[in-house]
Write a new protein. Structure first.
Length: 73
């Protein structure tokens, strides 16, 4: 591991004797990955299929307060 000084007197580390990446190359890499991601998302939206609307749900049986019946034997 080697150490090098970058801009603004900040210490950065490099591996295998290679200098650390510059900020602009990191930014370019992020832009490329973001473009790839948004392209994939646009394709997913473009290829999405239409769904049929759900039918009406079955009637729901509810408990009405005060309407309890007890069978007494």
């Amino acid at each position: 591991m080697t150490t090098t000084n970058a801009n603004n007197e900040q210490l950065e580390l490099g591996f295998s004797g290679l200098p650390p990446k510059t900020i602009s190359s990191r930014r370019e890499g992020r832009i490329v990955r973001a473009n790839w991601w948004f392209t994939k998302m646009r394709e997913a939206v473009e290829n999405a299929m239409d769904w049929q609307a759900a039918s009406q749900p079955r009637p729901e049986q509810i408990w009405m307060p005060g309407a309890n019946r007890e069978v007494k034997i």
